[in-house]
Design a protein around this ligand. Sequence first.
Ligand code: NAD
Length: 299
Amino acid sequence: MFKEEKVGFIGLGIMGKPMAKNLIKAGYDMVVYDIAEEPVKELVKLGATAANSSREVAEQCNGLLFTMLPNSPHVKAVLLGDDGVLTGARAGTIVIDTSSIAPLASQEVYHAAKEKGVHYLDAPVSGGEPKAVDGTLAIMVGGDEDVFNQVEDILLIVGGSAVYCGESGSGNTTKLANQIIVALNIAAVSEAFVLAQKAGVDPEKVFNAIKGGLAGSTVMNAKVPLALEGNFKPGFRIELHIKDLLNAIDTAHEVGVPVPLTAGVMEIMQALKVDGKSKDDHGGIIQYYEKLAGVQVRK
Ligand code: NAD
């Protein structure tokens, strides 16, 4: 479906660029836009058409358009702004926003889009850059189920799974739950490995001994080998995880849920930000514990 028309893609950063590349590889004719020139040039070399604004992307693609942007204000600007998608999109266009944003912002955009006859799904992803490159992201979707059914196949080009979670905003609520679990898991792994290191046990041995047991996790498998090399190149930047936890804390308080552990990890991330590490990968949380304990967890 949608192969006879141009598919739009706005936001070609760490995640959006490999996702758009996978759509090109699958045979889709793409029209792309980003405020940064480099990723646009890279995709044009692969056959995509460059647009000069979000509005132009919407005008040139007839049926389907993806966005992959940092946070709620960026999504609102790209969708609802003066030169935004809704000023150029024809009625019936489906916008799939794969950014991780506040569920309330998704709902606001959903209603604004609906007034113009445009369909809007919130479809945030999990899995990071490696899974964006492989096309195996986990996708969680909110919005109208009949619209999800129309795009499920194309979602499965960029993702390994796509689960319909409920009405508009449900995808991003699911993503907030995901981000709480990932952040707390990284913090727990960091605390444990700093303890092992300072107590004199080789951290590589600890990793190999426990990864197959109940403490094992996708987070541990992804982040410990990088920490052992002192590699905190992003991946997923601490500043983006702060954004997600702020959205999680706000949403939790709005619905009356205290989130004490999330608040604690948020403060750890704030300390790392003050320490100049906000652009490190979130696996760099371990550096907070290393500084407290005066050791480094390395091979
Ligand atoms: P990024 O900063 O690398 O990419 C964002 C892109 O959006 C940039 O290229 C930027 O130039 C572009 N952009 C910003 N404002 C724009 C505008 N007004 N018009 C057009 N383009 C604009 O971020 P990322 O790591 O790709 O993350 C994007 C989203 O995906 C975030 O919500 C993030 O939380 C989520 N996410 C990231 C990861 C990860 O591992 N990096 C994993 C899962 C989800």
